[in-house]
Design a protein around this ligand. Structure first.
Ligand code: XUL
Ligand code: CO
Length: 436
Protein backbone atom coordinates (compact mmCIF):
# COMPACT_ATOMS: atom_id res chain seq x y z
CA UNK A 1 0.00 0.00 0.00
CA UNK A 2 2.36 2.68 -1.19
CA UNK A 3 1.13 4.03 -4.46
CA UNK A 4 -0.91 7.17 -4.00
CA UNK A 5 1.00 8.94 -1.22
CA UNK A 6 4.61 8.08 -2.15
CA UNK A 7 6.14 10.77 0.13
CA UNK A 8 4.32 9.55 3.20
CA UNK A 9 5.59 6.76 5.44
CA UNK A 10 3.37 4.88 7.87
CA UNK A 11 2.90 7.47 10.64
CA UNK A 12 4.54 6.34 13.89
CA UNK A 13 4.60 7.58 17.47
CA UNK A 14 7.93 9.29 18.19
CA UNK A 15 7.09 11.10 21.44
CA UNK A 16 6.85 14.76 22.50
CA UNK A 17 10.48 15.58 21.68
CA UNK A 18 10.28 14.61 18.03
CA UNK A 19 10.43 17.38 15.44
CA UNK A 20 9.20 15.08 12.69
CA UNK A 21 5.94 16.53 11.35
CA UNK A 22 5.02 13.14 9.93
CA UNK A 23 5.01 11.47 13.34
CA UNK A 24 2.73 11.45 16.37
CA UNK A 25 4.02 13.32 19.41
CA UNK A 26 1.23 12.25 21.77
CA UNK A 27 -0.99 9.67 20.08
CA UNK A 28 0.54 6.35 20.97
CA UNK A 29 -2.18 3.86 20.01
CA UNK A 30 -1.20 1.05 22.38
CA UNK A 31 -0.35 3.25 25.39
CA UNK A 32 -2.72 2.63 28.29
CA UNK A 33 -4.33 5.70 29.84
CA UNK A 34 -7.09 5.41 32.47
CA UNK A 35 -7.45 1.67 31.98
CA UNK A 36 -7.71 1.47 28.17
CA UNK A 37 -5.38 1.94 25.23
CA UNK A 38 -5.53 5.30 23.49
CA UNK A 39 -6.84 3.54 20.42
CA UNK A 40 -9.71 2.04 22.41
CA UNK A 41 -10.62 5.39 23.95
CA UNK A 42 -10.57 7.36 20.71
CA UNK A 43 -11.94 5.03 18.04
CA UNK A 44 -10.81 7.58 15.46
CA UNK A 45 -12.71 7.72 12.19
CA UNK A 46 -11.96 9.38 8.85
CA UNK A 47 -14.71 11.06 6.83
CA UNK A 48 -14.85 9.82 3.24
CA UNK A 49 -16.46 13.10 2.18
CA UNK A 50 -13.58 15.23 3.40
CA UNK A 51 -10.65 12.94 2.64
CA UNK A 52 -11.76 11.77 -0.79
CA UNK A 53 -14.40 14.17 -2.07
CA UNK A 54 -13.73 17.60 -0.65
CA UNK A 55 -12.31 19.70 -3.45
CA UNK A 56 -11.72 22.58 -1.02
CA UNK A 57 -13.93 25.06 -2.84
CA UNK A 58 -15.66 27.92 -1.04
CA UNK A 59 -18.60 30.16 -2.03
CA UNK A 60 -16.14 32.50 -3.77
CA UNK A 61 -13.90 30.12 -5.63
CA UNK A 62 -13.37 26.71 -7.16
CA UNK A 63 -11.78 23.74 -5.48
CA UNK A 64 -8.02 23.68 -5.08
CA UNK A 65 -7.38 20.13 -3.84
CA UNK A 66 -4.94 18.11 -5.89
CA UNK A 67 -6.32 14.60 -6.39
CA UNK A 68 -4.17 13.01 -9.07
CA UNK A 69 -6.05 9.70 -8.70
CA UNK A 70 -9.43 11.26 -9.54
CA UNK A 71 -10.54 11.80 -13.17
CA UNK A 72 -13.23 14.25 -12.02
CA UNK A 73 -16.02 12.24 -13.63
CA UNK A 74 -19.21 10.91 -12.04
CA UNK A 75 -18.46 7.42 -13.36
CA UNK A 76 -18.71 4.24 -11.32
CA UNK A 77 -15.13 3.41 -12.35
CA UNK A 78 -13.84 6.67 -10.88
CA UNK A 79 -15.71 5.87 -7.65
CA UNK A 80 -14.14 2.39 -7.58
CA UNK A 81 -10.69 3.87 -8.24
CA UNK A 82 -10.93 6.10 -5.16
CA UNK A 83 -11.28 3.14 -2.80
CA UNK A 84 -7.63 1.94 -2.81
CA UNK A 85 -6.51 5.55 -2.30
CA UNK A 86 -8.70 5.86 0.78
CA UNK A 87 -7.51 2.57 2.27
CA UNK A 88 -3.87 3.55 1.69
CA UNK A 89 -4.64 6.75 3.58
CA UNK A 90 -6.27 4.84 6.48
CA UNK A 91 -3.35 2.42 6.61
CA UNK A 92 -0.66 5.10 6.68
CA UNK A 93 -2.40 7.39 9.17
CA UNK A 94 -3.39 4.48 11.43
CA UNK A 95 -7.12 5.23 11.60
CA UNK A 96 -9.28 2.13 12.03
CA UNK A 97 -12.75 3.50 11.24
CA UNK A 98 -14.41 5.52 8.53
CA UNK A 99 -17.76 7.15 7.79
CA UNK A 100 -19.54 7.94 4.55
CA UNK A 101 -22.62 9.37 2.88
CA UNK A 102 -23.93 7.11 0.10
CA UNK A 103 -23.20 9.82 -2.48
CA UNK A 104 -19.59 10.26 -1.32
CA UNK A 105 -18.75 6.69 -2.16
CA UNK A 106 -21.08 6.09 -5.09
CA UNK A 107 -22.49 8.30 -7.86
CA UNK A 108 -26.12 8.88 -8.84
CA UNK A 109 -27.07 6.96 -12.01
CA UNK A 110 -29.45 7.91 -14.82
CA UNK A 111 -32.31 6.27 -12.88
CA UNK A 112 -32.90 5.54 -9.21
CA UNK A 113 -32.41 1.83 -9.96
CA UNK A 114 -29.00 2.59 -11.49
CA UNK A 115 -28.10 4.73 -8.46
CA UNK A 116 -28.87 1.80 -6.16
CA UNK A 117 -26.94 -0.62 -8.40
CA UNK A 118 -23.90 1.66 -8.22
CA UNK A 119 -24.08 1.62 -4.44
CA UNK A 120 -24.20 -2.17 -4.38
CA UNK A 121 -21.09 -2.40 -6.62
CA UNK A 122 -19.20 0.05 -4.40
CA UNK A 123 -20.33 -1.65 -1.19
CA UNK A 124 -18.99 -4.98 -2.46
CA UNK A 125 -15.64 -3.35 -3.21
CA UNK A 126 -15.49 -1.62 0.19
CA UNK A 127 -16.30 -4.92 1.85
CA UNK A 128 -13.37 -6.53 0.03
CA UNK A 129 -10.99 -3.79 1.23
CA UNK A 130 -12.33 -3.90 4.79
CA UNK A 131 -11.69 -7.67 4.89
CA UNK A 132 -8.16 -7.24 3.53
CA UNK A 133 -7.20 -4.45 5.92
CA UNK A 134 -9.34 -4.91 9.05
CA UNK A 135 -10.64 -1.34 8.74
CA UNK A 136 -14.21 -0.84 9.97
CA UNK A 137 -17.22 1.30 9.26
CA UNK A 138 -18.12 3.60 12.17
CA UNK A 139 -21.30 4.83 10.53
CA UNK A 140 -23.01 5.33 7.22
CA UNK A 141 -25.59 7.87 6.15
CA UNK A 142 -27.62 8.95 3.13
CA UNK A 143 -26.99 12.34 1.58
CA UNK A 144 -30.43 13.96 1.50
CA UNK A 145 -29.17 17.49 1.04
CA UNK A 146 -26.98 17.87 -2.07
CA UNK A 147 -29.23 16.95 -5.01
CA UNK A 148 -31.70 19.69 -6.13
CA UNK A 149 -34.64 17.32 -5.44
CA UNK A 150 -33.87 17.82 -1.73
CA UNK A 151 -33.78 21.62 -1.93
CA UNK A 152 -36.95 21.82 0.21
CA UNK A 153 -36.09 18.93 2.49
CA UNK A 154 -35.93 15.13 2.41
CA UNK A 155 -38.30 13.84 5.07
CA UNK A 156 -39.65 17.38 5.53
CA UNK A 157 -40.14 18.20 1.87
CA UNK A 158 -43.66 19.46 1.08
CA UNK A 159 -43.56 17.00 -1.85
CA UNK A 160 -44.52 13.42 -0.90
CA UNK A 161 -42.59 11.96 -3.85
CA UNK A 162 -39.42 13.44 -2.37
CA UNK A 163 -40.28 11.72 0.93
CA UNK A 164 -40.51 8.45 -1.00
CA UNK A 165 -37.13 9.11 -2.66
CA UNK A 166 -35.63 9.83 0.76
CA UNK A 167 -36.97 6.56 2.14
CA UNK A 168 -35.66 4.67 -0.86
CA UNK A 169 -32.21 6.19 -0.49
CA UNK A 170 -32.08 5.52 3.26
CA UNK A 171 -33.21 1.93 2.75
CA UNK A 172 -30.31 1.27 0.38
CA UNK A 173 -27.82 3.19 2.53
CA UNK A 174 -28.94 1.02 5.47
CA UNK A 175 -28.40 -2.11 3.38
CA UNK A 176 -24.87 -0.93 2.58
CA UNK A 177 -24.15 -0.02 6.21
CA UNK A 178 -25.45 -3.41 7.34
CA UNK A 179 -23.38 -5.31 4.77
CA UNK A 180 -20.25 -3.41 5.85
CA UNK A 181 -20.86 -4.12 9.54
CA UNK A 182 -21.40 -0.42 10.27
CA UNK A 183 -21.57 0.20 14.02
CA UNK A 184 -23.94 3.09 13.53
CA UNK A 185 -26.14 5.00 11.12
CA UNK A 186 -26.44 8.80 11.24
CA UNK A 187 -29.17 11.25 10.36
CA UNK A 188 -28.01 14.79 9.80
CA UNK A 189 -30.86 16.89 8.46
CA UNK A 190 -29.16 19.63 6.51
CA UNK A 191 -32.35 20.47 4.64
CA UNK A 192 -34.74 19.24 7.34
CA UNK A 193 -35.80 22.72 8.35
CA UNK A 194 -37.17 25.81 6.72
CA UNK A 195 -36.39 29.28 5.44
CA UNK A 196 -39.71 31.03 6.17
CA UNK A 197 -42.89 30.13 8.04
CA UNK A 198 -44.87 31.88 5.30
CA UNK A 199 -44.65 28.67 3.27
CA UNK A 200 -44.02 26.09 6.00
CA UNK A 201 -46.34 23.86 8.02
CA UNK A 202 -43.91 23.13 10.82
CA UNK A 203 -46.08 20.59 12.63
CA UNK A 204 -46.69 18.55 9.50
CA UNK A 205 -43.00 18.62 8.58
CA UNK A 206 -41.98 17.43 12.06
CA UNK A 207 -44.54 14.61 11.90
CA UNK A 208 -43.10 13.57 8.54
CA UNK A 209 -39.52 13.65 9.81
CA UNK A 210 -40.51 11.39 12.71
CA UNK A 211 -42.19 9.04 10.24
CA UNK A 212 -38.99 8.86 8.18
CA UNK A 213 -36.91 8.02 11.27
CA UNK A 214 -39.48 5.45 12.43
CA UNK A 215 -39.42 3.92 8.95
CA UNK A 216 -35.65 3.52 9.21
CA UNK A 217 -35.95 1.90 12.64
CA UNK A 218 -38.58 -0.52 11.30
CA UNK A 219 -36.53 -1.35 8.21
CA UNK A 220 -33.39 -1.97 10.28
CA UNK A 221 -35.35 -4.42 12.40
CA UNK A 222 -36.63 -6.16 9.29
CA UNK A 223 -33.12 -6.75 7.89
CA UNK A 224 -31.60 -7.55 11.29
CA UNK A 225 -29.40 -4.46 11.42
CA UNK A 226 -28.50 -3.85 15.05
CA UNK A 227 -26.26 -0.79 14.74
CA UNK A 228 -26.94 2.37 16.70
CA UNK A 229 -28.95 5.17 15.11
CA UNK A 230 -27.72 8.72 15.66
CA UNK A 231 -29.20 12.11 15.04
CA UNK A 232 -26.70 14.95 14.57
CA UNK A 233 -27.75 18.40 15.81
CA UNK A 234 -26.97 21.61 13.94
CA UNK A 235 -28.94 24.86 14.14
CA UNK A 236 -28.58 26.17 10.57
CA UNK A 237 -26.53 26.04 7.39
CA UNK A 238 -27.72 25.08 4.87
CA UNK A 239 -31.29 25.60 6.17
CA UNK A 240 -32.06 28.88 7.94
CA UNK A 241 -33.73 26.98 10.78
CA UNK A 242 -32.95 23.30 11.21
CA UNK A 243 -35.37 21.25 13.31
CA UNK A 244 -32.59 19.27 14.98
CA UNK A 245 -30.93 22.46 16.16
CA UNK A 246 -29.07 21.36 19.30
CA UNK A 247 -28.81 18.41 21.67
CA UNK A 248 -31.78 19.52 23.78
CA UNK A 249 -34.01 20.11 20.73
CA UNK A 250 -33.09 16.69 19.31
CA UNK A 251 -33.83 14.95 22.59
CA UNK A 252 -37.16 16.73 22.86
CA UNK A 253 -38.06 15.71 19.31
CA UNK A 254 -37.07 12.09 19.92
CA UNK A 255 -39.03 12.00 23.18
CA UNK A 256 -42.12 13.58 21.64
CA UNK A 257 -42.21 11.00 18.87
CA UNK A 258 -41.27 7.98 21.01
CA UNK A 259 -37.94 7.50 19.25
CA UNK A 260 -35.63 7.96 22.22
CA UNK A 261 -35.05 4.23 22.68
CA UNK A 262 -33.69 3.95 19.15
CA UNK A 263 -31.49 7.03 18.81
CA UNK A 264 -28.45 8.59 20.39
CA UNK A 265 -26.77 11.84 19.43
CA UNK A 266 -23.79 12.38 17.17
CA UNK A 267 -22.41 15.68 18.45
CA UNK A 268 -20.17 17.95 16.41
CA UNK A 269 -18.04 20.69 17.93
CA UNK A 270 -18.57 23.28 15.20
CA UNK A 271 -22.34 22.66 15.31
CA UNK A 272 -22.33 23.31 19.07
CA UNK A 273 -20.58 26.62 18.40
CA UNK A 274 -23.15 27.57 15.76
CA UNK A 275 -25.92 26.75 18.25
CA UNK A 276 -24.41 29.21 20.73
CA UNK A 277 -23.22 26.44 23.03
CA UNK A 278 -19.93 24.92 23.97
CA UNK A 279 -19.25 21.32 22.97
CA UNK A 280 -19.02 20.46 26.67
CA UNK A 281 -22.53 21.83 27.16
CA UNK A 282 -23.86 19.66 24.33
CA UNK A 283 -22.05 16.61 25.69
CA UNK A 284 -23.37 17.20 29.18
CA UNK A 285 -26.96 17.47 27.86
CA UNK A 286 -26.55 14.23 25.91
CA UNK A 287 -24.84 12.34 28.74
CA UNK A 288 -27.53 13.37 31.23
CA UNK A 289 -30.10 11.76 28.94
CA UNK A 290 -27.97 8.63 28.42
CA UNK A 291 -27.81 9.59 24.75
CA UNK A 292 -24.18 10.40 23.92
CA UNK A 293 -23.51 8.28 20.86
CA UNK A 294 -20.65 9.54 18.75
CA UNK A 295 -18.64 12.67 18.02
CA UNK A 296 -17.82 14.54 14.84
CA UNK A 297 -14.49 16.02 15.80
CA UNK A 298 -13.62 19.46 14.47
CA UNK A 299 -13.75 23.11 15.51
CA UNK A 300 -15.02 26.40 14.16
CA UNK A 301 -13.30 29.76 13.83
CA UNK A 302 -14.31 32.51 16.27
CA UNK A 303 -13.74 35.06 13.53
CA UNK A 304 -16.05 33.36 11.03
CA UNK A 305 -19.69 32.65 11.84
CA UNK A 306 -20.00 29.54 9.73
CA UNK A 307 -19.28 25.84 9.71
CA UNK A 308 -15.58 25.90 8.88
CA UNK A 309 -15.02 22.25 9.89
CA UNK A 310 -11.44 22.93 10.93
CA UNK A 311 -9.24 20.26 12.40
CA UNK A 312 -9.34 20.25 16.21
CA UNK A 313 -6.02 21.61 17.46
CA UNK A 314 -7.24 23.48 20.53
CA UNK A 315 -6.11 21.56 23.61
CA UNK A 316 -8.74 23.13 25.88
CA UNK A 317 -11.39 21.89 23.48
CA UNK A 318 -10.10 18.33 23.22
CA UNK A 319 -9.52 18.20 26.99
CA UNK A 320 -13.11 19.20 27.64
CA UNK A 321 -14.38 16.52 25.27
CA UNK A 322 -12.19 13.82 26.79
CA UNK A 323 -13.12 14.83 30.36
CA UNK A 324 -16.77 14.16 29.61
CA UNK A 325 -16.09 11.09 27.54
CA UNK A 326 -14.06 9.53 30.37
CA UNK A 327 -16.61 10.50 32.99
CA UNK A 328 -19.40 8.95 30.93
CA UNK A 329 -17.59 5.64 30.55
CA UNK A 330 -16.44 6.19 26.95
CA UNK A 331 -17.75 5.19 23.55
CA UNK A 332 -19.62 1.99 22.89
CA UNK A 333 -20.61 2.13 19.21
CA UNK A 334 -19.36 5.68 18.58
CA UNK A 335 -15.98 7.23 17.96
CA UNK A 336 -14.15 10.45 17.13
CA UNK A 337 -14.89 10.95 13.47
CA UNK A 338 -12.84 13.73 11.87
CA UNK A 339 -15.60 15.66 10.16
CA UNK A 340 -12.88 18.15 9.34
CA UNK A 341 -11.35 19.56 6.22
CA UNK A 342 -8.08 21.17 5.33
CA UNK A 343 -8.06 24.90 4.56
CA UNK A 344 -8.43 25.79 0.90
CA UNK A 345 -4.78 26.83 0.93
CA UNK A 346 -3.69 23.35 2.12
CA UNK A 347 -4.37 21.71 -1.21
CA UNK A 348 -1.64 19.08 -1.45
CA UNK A 349 -2.31 15.40 -0.65
CA UNK A 350 0.34 15.49 2.11
CA UNK A 351 -1.84 18.01 3.95
CA UNK A 352 -4.35 15.21 4.55
CA UNK A 353 -1.72 13.67 6.81
CA UNK A 354 -0.54 16.82 8.62
CA UNK A 355 -4.15 17.71 9.42
CA UNK A 356 -5.18 14.32 10.78
CA UNK A 357 -1.92 13.92 12.74
CA UNK A 358 -2.61 17.27 14.42
CA UNK A 359 -6.18 16.28 15.32
CA UNK A 360 -5.16 12.88 16.68
CA UNK A 361 -2.34 14.39 18.74
CA UNK A 362 -4.64 17.10 20.10
CA UNK A 363 -7.09 14.43 21.31
CA UNK A 364 -4.28 12.32 22.73
CA UNK A 365 -3.10 15.30 24.78
CA UNK A 366 -6.71 16.00 25.76
CA UNK A 367 -7.04 12.41 26.95
CA UNK A 368 -3.85 12.52 29.03
CA UNK A 369 -4.78 15.86 30.57
CA UNK A 370 -8.36 14.77 31.30
CA UNK A 371 -7.17 11.52 32.89
CA UNK A 372 -4.72 13.45 35.09
CA UNK A 373 -7.41 15.93 36.13
CA UNK A 374 -9.84 13.15 37.05
CA UNK A 375 -7.11 11.31 38.94
CA UNK A 376 -6.22 14.52 40.80
CA UNK A 377 -9.89 14.93 41.72
CA UNK A 378 -9.76 18.54 42.94
CA UNK A 379 -12.35 19.82 40.48
CA UNK A 380 -14.72 16.93 41.09
CA UNK A 381 -14.36 17.37 44.85
CA UNK A 382 -15.07 21.08 44.57
CA UNK A 383 -18.15 20.44 42.50
CA UNK A 384 -19.43 17.81 44.90
CA UNK A 385 -18.81 20.02 47.94
CA UNK A 386 -20.70 22.87 46.27
CA UNK A 387 -23.93 20.85 46.50
CA UNK A 388 -23.27 19.43 50.00
CA UNK A 389 -26.32 21.24 51.42
CA UNK A 390 -28.45 18.73 49.50
CA UNK A 391 -26.71 15.74 51.08
CA UNK A 392 -28.50 15.99 54.41
CA UNK A 393 -31.19 17.94 56.26
CA UNK A 394 -33.61 20.03 54.24
CA UNK A 395 -31.63 19.55 51.00
CA UNK A 396 -31.93 15.77 51.23
CA UNK A 397 -35.66 16.16 51.85
CA UNK A 398 -35.98 18.40 48.75
CA UNK A 399 -34.18 15.85 46.60
CA UNK A 400 -36.29 13.02 48.02
CA UNK A 401 -39.41 14.99 47.12
CA UNK A 402 -40.67 14.98 50.71
CA UNK A 403 -40.45 18.74 51.32
CA UNK A 404 -43.68 20.47 50.30
CA UNK A 405 -44.12 24.27 50.07
CA UNK A 406 -45.65 24.60 53.55
CA UNK A 407 -42.68 22.82 55.05
CA UNK A 408 -40.17 24.87 53.03
CA UNK A 409 -41.96 28.09 53.96
CA UNK A 410 -41.79 27.22 57.64
CA UNK A 411 -38.12 26.21 57.34
CA UNK A 412 -37.11 29.36 55.41
CA UNK A 413 -38.75 31.62 57.97
CA UNK A 414 -36.83 29.95 60.81
CA UNK A 415 -33.28 30.15 59.41
CA UNK A 416 -30.80 32.99 59.05
CA UNK A 417 -30.65 34.54 55.55
CA UNK A 418 -28.71 32.18 53.18
CA UNK A 419 -24.97 32.80 52.87
CA UNK A 420 -23.40 31.71 49.58
CA UNK A 421 -19.97 30.16 49.15
CA UNK A 422 -17.85 31.45 46.27
CA UNK A 423 -18.18 29.68 42.92
CA UNK A 424 -14.38 30.11 42.52
CA UNK A 425 -14.46 30.04 38.72
CA UNK A 426 -11.06 31.69 38.38
CA UNK A 427 -9.44 29.36 40.90
CA UNK A 428 -10.86 26.35 39.02
CA UNK A 429 -9.63 27.72 35.70
CA UNK A 430 -6.19 28.07 37.28
CA UNK A 431 -6.30 24.41 38.28
CA UNK A 432 -7.18 23.45 34.68
CA UNK A 433 -4.20 25.47 33.48
CA UNK A 434 -1.91 23.52 35.80
CA UNK A 435 -2.56 20.60 33.47
CA UNK A 436 -2.71 22.16 30.02
C1 XUL B 1 -22.60 18.86 8.07
C2 XUL B 1 -22.17 17.63 8.73
C3 XUL B 1 -22.39 16.37 7.98
C4 XUL B 1 -22.78 15.22 8.83
C5 XUL B 1 -23.15 13.98 8.07
O1 XUL B 1 -22.36 20.02 8.75
O2 XUL B 1 -21.63 17.67 9.80
O3 XUL B 1 -21.25 16.08 7.26
O4 XUL B 1 -21.77 14.88 9.72
O5 XUL B 1 -24.16 14.20 7.17
CO1 CO C 1 -20.83 16.17 10.98
Amino acid sequence: MNQYFPNIPKIQYEGPKSKNQLAFKHYNPEEVVAGKTMKEHMRFGAAYWHVMRNELGDPFGAGTALMPWDDNSQSLQNALDRIPVFFEFLDKIGIDYYCFHDRDISPEGATLAETHANLIAITNELEKYQKQTGKKLLWGTACLFAHPRYAQGGGTSPNADVFAYSASQIKHALDATHQLGGEGYTFWGGREGYATLLNTDMKRELDHLAQLLQGAVDYAKKIGYQGQFYIEPKPREPSTHQYDSDAAACLNFLREYNLLDHFKLNLETNHATLAGHTMEHEMEVAINAGALGSIDANRGDELLGWDTDQFPTDIYGTTNVMLRLLASGGFTTGGLNFDAKRRRESHQPDDLFYSHIGGMDAFARGLKIAAAMIEDGRIDEFKKARYASYDSGIGAQIEAGTADFDMLDEYAQKIDPPQLDSGRQEMLENIVNEYI
